[in-house]
Design a protein around this ligand. Structure first.
Ligand code: APR
Length: 250
């Protein structure tokens, strides 16, 4: 079913839900000015020095030219210092406070959900503000933009560090996806917001939720590969649609 606004029947489903899980992707940050990876909804797509994202954010480049990978992430980190969460992020932080059980699962590494006040957050692809030591695996915050040193050195052992994010060609960090699967399986309402839903395993979460009996609501300006698993696709921008679930009701 396709809708373009949040109707009363959807508000009733939202109000009656006890366990809610949400999967977000790049689209939820698009209205803050962060480009998406594959476009859609009229968004700008990431490009940098003429290279494609799959080449830049790749395990292969990390192995051959880690300095370049850090420069790319530095560019992205620099951009993030100039932007702020949008009404979609803020609505999700408010949603969390309404439900007994609420899990926000994101593929984004930009930290904007946390900046907006979300607490129970599962970051499937890591966090751009963290580095991980290639020698001892310690993780630490790397907030300077640009970095003082490329690569930054581990605060524990002095070894070189890499961004603590999941690159193309890498597995998800242990444990985080299992927790996301559990949240999807116990949800009675699952939202899939601002993702093209082509990158697995994240894209499998709405399917898990649906198979376990949840209602699935998609929010995206366009239909996606996951739309066929959604009970409703709300065609629109996250910043316009999400606040409608919690607007004052007369
Ligand atoms: N509100 C909601 N959705 C939007 C908006 C908006 N304002 N603007 C665009 N979108 C939608 C697009 O229509 C598209 O379906 O956001 C989606 C963005 O898709 P992708 O760029 O593919 O981003 P994502 O699904 O998060 O990518 C998954 O791929 O490159 C990797 O690791 C990276 O986490 C990322 C993963």
């Amino acid at each position: 079913m396709i809708r373009t606004e949040v109707t009363d029947d959807l508000i009733s489903i939202f109000d009656a839900a006890r366990s809610v899980a949400v999967l977000t992707g790049a689209g939820v940050s698009a209205e803050s000015g962060v480009p998406t990876f594959r476009g859609g909804g009229g968004t700008e797509v990431w490009t940098w020095r003429g290279k494609h994202i799959t080449e830049l954010s790749s395990a292969e480049l990390m192995a051959t030219d880690p300095k370049l990978v850090w420069e790319w992430f530095d560019y992205r980190r620099g951009m993030l210092t100039t932007i702020a969460p949008n009404p979609g992020h803020f609505a999700l932080a408010q949603w969390e406070r309404r439900f007994e059980d609420f899990t926000l699962i994101t593929q984004n590494i930009d930290d904007l959900h946390r900046s907006a006040g979300s607490l129970n957050l599962l970051e499937l692809h890591g966090n751009i503000w963290r580095a991980r030591c290639l020698r001892c695996a310690s993780t630490f915050e790397a907030r300077d933009t640009p970095l003082e040193q490329n690569p930054p050195l581990c605060l524990v052992c002095g070894g070189p560090a890499r961004p603590d994010v999941v690159l193309f060609g890498e597995m998800l960090p242990e444990g985080v996806f299992e927790r996301a699967e559990e949240a999807a399986a116990r949800a009675d309402l699952f939202f899939v917001i601002g993702t093209s839903a082509v990158v697995y395993p994240a894209a499998g979460l709405p399917i898990i939720a649906r198979q376990a009996g949840a209602k699935v609501i998609e929010v995206n300006p366009e239909r996606t590969d996951i739309s066929i698993y959604a009970d409703v696709t709300l065609l629109g921008r996250a910043g316009d649609i999400l606040p409608q679930f919690i607007k004052e009701r007369g």
